[in-house]
Design a protein around this ligand. Structure first.
Ligand code: HEM
Length: 393
């Protein structure tokens, strides 16, 4: 089906109402107008096939300008999600080392300690906001530990991260929390630069290049650390929160509490149905054609991971349902595809499974509070409720 550049696009990412409640408009877009132009230099792709097509062609669809529908984010150094090969290839290789299975296995006891500590703050029964009282702390602490940031900074870093997450994609440059965070991480990096060249954690990996790798400035190291923090926190919180919500809302919490063999599947199905990072952006470096639609050079392309993940052509007529027994649920696009596929996916899965099991152990009869109303968080790229009121059991 070809696009109509004169018609109002069924899904318009420039319309706050569509970003806030995208499923209806996206469903119409998938059937009526899979490639649309909300404005002349901005295209939006919504089918599973087209999303995979764009993400697997980095030579045509560049990552420059990613994460900003308008223009580019002003940053002191280039982020991994905004650069193309060959710079991207080297930086990704350098970071990937820290996500290798033996490293993540070694991190597991620390993840369990962090989850246990968060669980200890929950009462035995009664009504709580599960976001504020449990979910908020876990992914932030895990990524701080993973990077190698000292524990006495975690509380402040978490608060600053939240303000930055809520502000994006508005400019961050004058935000006091941004300044505080840069300063605190810079002090850690300066101290570690002066220390012995060991390879204990991500900070060492950034500061001490291995053979064939480039020396990174402290500014670049701080920027990459901040990117890891921002990439890891609200995304993984969304995953844990959305999974608990879907299980409770579909009355499958108690089933899962009795049969844990489906916990990993619940996480994958949640990633598919409620994709934490709703979309990513690319810029066409030359003219291309998607289906029978011409994409002119320099067009920014908004790629709806959320829509691809609910595409009935790929997922069947029950694509909108949360099913614990869905086959191949992990084939979703929530972690992206191609050369920029999320490197933190194994860590996000590890901590989500760990957090869910801890909640299922302690509160097998948890339920949604009668007064609870799902309301989307303000951040336009994210999908999760602001809070989650539950009765613990
Ligand atoms: C549920 C949790 C998460 C989700 C849904 C998620 C989603 C994504 C997506 C969609 C991308 C691709 C971006 C693009 O193509 O433009 C990405 C990339 C990335 N993610 Fe995640 N992420 C999650 C957790 C994490 C964690 C825990 C970390 C780190 C500890 C992390 C670090 C990164 C990094 C560094 C990239 C850039 C990779 C590259 O450009 O080569 N993410 N993530």
């Amino acid at each position: 089906m070809s696009e109509d550049r004169t018609a109002t696009p069924p899904f318009n990412p420039l319309d706050a109402a569509h970003l806030n409640d995208p499923d209806g408009p996206l469903a119409v877009a998938r059937t009526r107008c899979p490639v649309s132009f909300p404005r002349p230099n901005l295209a939006s792709v919504v089918t599973d096939e087209d999303v995979r097509y764009v993400l697997s062609r980095p030579e045509v669809y560049s990552n420059r300008g990613n994460f900003a529908i308008d223009g580019e984010l002003e940053l002191p150094a280039q982020l991994i999600t905004m650069i193309d090969p060959p710079e991207h290839t080297e930086l990704r290789g350098r970071l990937l080392r820290w996500f290798a299975p033996p490293r993540l296995r070694a991190l597991r006891p620390e993840v369990e300690r962090i989850v246990d500590k968060a669980m200890a703050g929950l009462p035995a029964s009664g009504e709580v906001d599960l976001y504020e009282s449990f979910v908020r702390a876990v992914p932030a602490s895990v990524v701080f530990a993973f990077i190698g940031l000292p524990e006495h900074l975690w509380r402040d870093l978490e608060d600053w991260t939240d303000v930055i997450n809520e502000t994006m994609p508005e400019p961050l440059i004058d935000l006091p929390e941004m300044g505080n965070m840069i300063q605190a991480i810079t002090e850690v990096v300066d101290r570690r630069r002066a220390g012995p060249p060991e390879l204990r954690d991500v900070i060492d990996g950034l500061l001490h290049p291995q053979s064939g790798e480039q020396e990174l400035s402290n500014v670049a190291a701080v920027t990459h650390i901040m990117q890891l923090i921002l990439a890891a926190t609200d995304t993984t919180r969304s995953l844990i929160l959305n999974t608990v919500y879907s299980l409770l809302a579909t009355d499958q919490w108690q089933t899962l509490a009795r049969d844990r063999s489906k916990v990993a599947n619940a996480v994958e199905e949640s990633l598919r149905l409620d994709t934490p990072l709703q979309f990513v952006l690319r810029t066409a470096v030359r003219e291309d054609t998607i289906g029978d639609t011409v994409i002119p050079a320099e067009t920014k392309v908004l790629i709806s991971l959320q829509s691809g993940n609910r595409d009935e052509q790929s997922w069947g007529p029950d694509a909108e349902e949360f099913r614990l027994d869905r086959d191949a649920a992990s084939a979703h696009l929530a972690f992206g595809r191609g050369i920029h596929t999320c490197i933190g996916a194994p860590l996000a899965r590890l901590e989500s499974v760990c957090a869910l099991n801890a909640l299922l152990d302690a509160y097998p009869r948890m339920s949604l509070s009668d007064s609870y109303q799902w309301e989307k968080v303000r951040a336009p790229m994210m999908r999760r409720p602001k809070n989650l009121l539950v009765v613990l059991g």
